[in-house]
Write a protein that binds this ligand. Structure first.
Ligand code: KIV
Ligand code: ZN
Length: 524
């Protein structure tokens, strides 16, 4: 058997991290990312030591195909994987998308549980079994590295599961994934399932077994680690645990659980833990899914000690209430950064510390914005810089940009907004009124760039404390099947709101892949 990542049976304690943020994560409503955003996430996953990046579902759309193949071309270390169902054209499309990868994998799946076979596939078990052999054989005709998944494995009858796994390995599958698709299992049961399958399937030692857990009962991470005790050596997970419904197992939680509790879970990963915070922030920024304040490892409060007793203990010895240091996961102490007199060199160094590596143009633009911010804001913190640079990076390719905005708000008369947009280099201006200043701004955008998208979410959060804090605004728009989220940051909440809405519109345009954003009447 050939497996480019690790050979089965060797190096037992090394666990492969298979990140599916760009596939299972992106699949959840509102989390869709543009090509540029996916490339940025893929680069970071690769740099932090992810073993396998599941980059998308190539047959799903042209956009998915393009992003999988672009990621396959540029990723340097990780295996790049695409997902496919059991249909031959699905598998062929996936093969086409990963063909330029240094290491490419086809991940092909089919449901094996009675409820899925009967209602979803409308097939008899013997037909599914035949498809297992066919799908893996077809995938192996394209690549050596083939993963086969038994969708809804945890609700599948054991005998049938074993027959399917045996057939998949016989046909050449190098990784066998047994997902808890509906987040139904519990740790002991999941571990026992892996033990039983590995004991009963005669050729089980020829493949690496993988866990893939959803979080419907809040046990995705615990189940994943239990799967390792049952003999699995690959974990499928996502940054911040984003994914279908309640999400997938969170990568950062798994990595840190294995590091902190190596005494009871003696498995190594290749992940650089100090990059976890940066990854979490990037994924939150590109999806606009906020990270819950008390989220393990990457939540804003994960290392905050509020009560007097805890603070007292921490001052005496940090081990009293800290099982890992914030620095170990890449949290730098909130620090005051340079003020308006700081130079470009210091700014560049600060960005490096925060984990950014910007090209010359992006650096110049970010520096100009930093100077403008430092002029307006007394204290500029790391979080301010991150919000500013994320805004700059994520909106760098936008064809529609906010140029100028004046808002009249208050208790007297109508609220109004005068807005100038740059649309493909052409400046257009309008004035609109609304039921409040935000409504007036959004009406002005609509007047300049007519569109049929529906506003699904408008959310503001303060990047730091204090009344002069920058506002970070998220706007989610949906149009037909497409749901996109845009973000904007600025000390002026109204400007941030305009930026966020325009950023979402740009994403919609990119999704539609339309020609020009056509100033005014034709709509974006
Ligand atoms: O949850 C699941 O079963 C999946 C499969 C496609 C692997 O995401
Ligand atoms: Zn899944």
């Amino acid at each position: 058997m050939s497996n480019p990542t690790v050979s089965a049976g060797s190096n037992k304690d090394r666990v492969l991290i298979f990140d599916t943020t760009l596939r299972d994560g992106e699949q959840c409503p509102g989390a869709s990312m543009t090509l540029e955003e996916k490339l940025e996430v893929a680069d970071l996953l690769d740099a932090m030591g992810v073993d396998i990046i599941e980059a998308g579902f190539p047959i799903a759309s042209e956009g998915d195909f393009e992003s999988v193949s672009e990621i396959a071309r540029r990723v340097k270390n990780a295996t790049v994987c695409g997902l496919s169902r059991a249909a031959p054209n699905d598998i062929d499309r996936c093969a086409e998308a990963v063909k330029h990868a240094r290491r490419g994998r086809i991940h092909t799946f089919i449901s094996t549980s009675p409820v899925h076979m009967k209602y979803k596939l409308q097939k008899e078990p013997h037909q599914v079994l035949e498809l297992v052999t066919n799908q893996v054989t077809r995938a192996r005709s394209h690549v050596e590295d083939v993963e086969w998944s038994a969708e809804d494995a945890t609700r599948t009858e054991m005998d049938f599961l074993c027959r399917c796994v045996e057939a998949a390995i016989k046909a050449g599958a190098t990784t066998i994934n047994l997902p808890d698709t509906v987040g139904y299992t519990v740790p002991d049961e999941y571990a026992a399932m892996f033990r039983a399958v590995r004991e009963r399937v005669p050729n089980a030692d020829k493949a690496i077994f993988s866990v893939h857990c959803h979080n419907d009962l809040g046990m995705a991470v615990a189940n994943s680690i239990a799967g390792l005790h049952g003999g699995a050596r690959q974990i499928e997970c996502t940054i911040n645990g984003i994914g279908e419904r309640a999400g997938n197992a969170a990568l950062e939680e798994i990595v840190m659980a294995l590091r902190v509790r190596g005494d009871v879970a003696p498995y190594d990963t290749g992940i650089e833990p100090t990059m976890l915070t940066r990854a979490s922030k990037l994924v939150s920024a590109v999806t606009s899914f906020p990270v819950q304040y008390n989220k393990a490892i990457v939540g804003r409060n994960a290392f905050a000690h509020e009560s007097g007793i805890h603070q007292d203990g921490m001052l005496k010895n940090t081990q009293t209430y800290e099982i890992m240091t914030p620095e170990s996961v890449g949290v730098s102490k909130t620090s005051l950064v340079m003020g308006k007199h700081s130079g470009r060199h210091a700014f560049k160094e600060k960005l490096k510390d925060l984990g950014y590596s910007l090209g010359e143009n992006a650096l110049n633009d970010a520096f100009t914005r930093f100077k403008a911010l430092a002029d307006r804001k007394k204290h500029v913190y790391d979080e301010d810089i991150e919000a500013l640079v994320d805004d700059e990076l994520l909106n760098a390719h936008d064809r529609v940009k906010v140029v100028a905005l004046t808002v009249i708000a208050g208790t007297m008369g109508h609220q109004s907004a005068t807005l100038t947009l740059d649309m493909d280099g052409q400046h257009v201006t309008t004035q609109s009124t609304g039921n409040g200043p935000v409504d007036a701004i959004f009406n002005a955008i609509h007047a300049l760039a007519p569109h049929k998208a529906t506003l699904e979410l408008y959310q503001v959060h303060a990047v730091t404390e204090g009344t002069d804090a920058q506002a970070e605004v998220s706007v989610r728009l949906s149009e037909g099947e497409a749901t996109v989220t845009g973000k904007g940051a600025d000390p002026d909440t109204m400007v941030a709101s305009a930026r966020a809405y325009v950023s979402a519109l740009n994403k919609l345009m990119a999704k539609r892949g339309r020609g020009r954003p056509a100033a005014m009447n034709a709509g974006v």
